[in-house]
Design a protein around this ligand. Structure first.
Ligand SMILES: [Zn+2]
Length: 121
């Protein structure tokens, strides 16, 4: 059985921690913003109410913001790249991680709001 942290990172259903929240892989770039309406294993509603993921938008903003600051700080001050190169690499990396940030924010959000239920595992 997965822990809450593992389930969040694996983007599985918060209730049974088995069914996938998303039908495709984060790095497959196929249908990046398509999400399962219900858990394929326990049928948990993955969009409990309209605007449920509004809060995930703020999480995404905070995560992305800190990631960008830490990334440029690392490459500029620790590794010693100039600021233009650091930002150029950041653009490439965030381009690749964009879908993952969107999904992990939703995963964290639903894991905060839906309780684990061991009867479904
Ligand atoms: Zn489930």
């Amino acid at each position: 059985m997965k822990t809450a942290a593992h389930s969040t990172l694996a983007m599985t259903c918060p209730r049974c921690r088995q069914g996938d929240m998303f039908p495709t892989g984060s790095f497959s770039f196929k249908e990046p913003f398509t999400m399962n309406d219900h858990c394929p294993v326990c049928n948990q509603n993955l969009a409990p109410e309209p605007g449920f993921y509004f809060g995930a938008m703020f999480l995404s903003y905070i995560l992305t913001g800190w990631f960008c600051l830490a990334f440029v700080a690392l490459f500029h001050w620790v590794i010693g790249w100039n600021i233009v190169s650091s930002f150029a690499l950041l653009l490439g990396v965030t381009g690749i991680l964009f879908v993952w940030f969107f999904r992990i924010s939703r995963s964290i959000w639903i894991h905060l709001n839906v309780k684990f239920d061991s009867t479904h595992s």
